[in-house]
Ligand binder design. Sequence first.
Ligand SMILES: *Cc1c(COP(=O)(O)O)cnc(C)c1O
Length: 494
Amino acid sequence: MEGEITPTPTLPVDTRRHVPRTDAVLADPRLAAAVDRLGRGVVKSVLAGVQERARAGELSPSDVAEETVAALPATASALRPVINATGVLLHTNLGRAPLSAAAREALLAASGTTDVELDLATGARARRGRSAIEALLGRVPAAEAAHVVNNGAAALVLAATALARGKDIVVSRGELVEIGDGFRLPDLLVSTGARLREVGTTNRTALADYASAVGPDTGFVLKVHPSNFRVTGFTGGVGVADLRGLGVPVVADIGSGLLTRDAALPDEPDATGWLRAGADLVTASGDKLLGGPQCGLLLGRADLVRRLARHPLARALRVDKLTLAALEATLRGPATPVHSSLHADPGRLRERAQRLAASLRAAGLDCRAVASEAVIGGGGAPGVALPSAAVSLPASCAGPLRQAVPAVMGRVEQGRCLLDLRAVPEDMDDALAAAARQAGEAAAAPPVGSRPAASPGVTPAPGRSPGSGRDLGPSAAGRAERTPPTGAHDPRGR
Ligand SMILES: *Cc1c(COP(=O)(O)O)cnc(C)c1O
């Protein structure tokens, strides 16, 4: 039982006085350097845990310094890198889009003092984030102007506050979505002092519904892409192109941040397409399909963007230099990890899964390569299944995998822990294999004093088809047929 440790016969019964004192251990040059790097509190708390284990007889007092050095975290933040092997490309619990190397470098370079609001040529103050805005407009020439705020919700709040406070926002009943974790678009919009004027029904809304609701009290018509669910059957909506004729501004929330059409996601709206269709303002997230940092994009008519940017609320929603740097590098830089995952070649994923499975089998693990299906998640492309491949391990590995370094998050399906490779960059395969070996050992022989593994925490498998999990022997190539998922959406994937 935890806490009840029988003293090991080879150790003195009272090891307490032999456990080196904190000051003495911290004098070790390696730990003194760690104090400079991580801060005294961080190092002391790691040391305290190691001393506790020594007192409990789990390790020799002479190893306390060594063990503490080994247990030090990589950074002074408790946030740990996690390999996303869930098969959900944009996993909200894992921070949505992973940044490209270009974005990470730009972010780091901007993290000291930087010319975010200064013209170095003249020494005068300059427009904050101007180069990120230029990059955005370079990618979306259909927009006259752009503004960046903290996230997609903030973009909507700013638009509603600046354009519709005390007025009506006319919106289809079928588009009043819950974004996730209990945040509902209608509540968000009403919190700004705007009134919601719902039109149509859940499944069908006609242009006449909008037309009869629009009047002198209308702030704007809102078009929302229902990005985390699909309504099928007897449905009907009104496109942006038809809404433009109503004589009031059309604000369109695309959600995902796709700037231009992506052939892999034919039903996903993009900023350019909706602006060309007649939207006056498009709002989107930066950390979904765009693959950048968390931020909210506002693109469209220059006069409207200016009104938003000059509204007092804009100051409360403004982004920091780190976000601006990462966003600009995402926009100007090479393909993002999200883009690479989305367009990964299923054959290549299969080869990687087979290679990883073979190496883990050679290390003695119960492991095989299986067919899998990945999803976009994070509020994008509901119902789209991406053929993928996974490494299948015993479900008992799930907990130890999360505790490995780096941590690995898979998903448990039909009694197996699947490590789906679609969202795992190929250069992480070796780290993934190392983590799986650690986890395999831990699952086979839990160390003394370790907590029993909690129930294998897993991502619910959104809309998995029964095709997922089939063996991927070499002869299975090409067998991974696409089975459309049931249309269920992942409540945690946003
Ligand atoms: C994700 C999403 C939002 C919220 O964006 P955040 O960046 O998460 O604040 C709003 N609307 C739609 C349609 C979305 O998909």
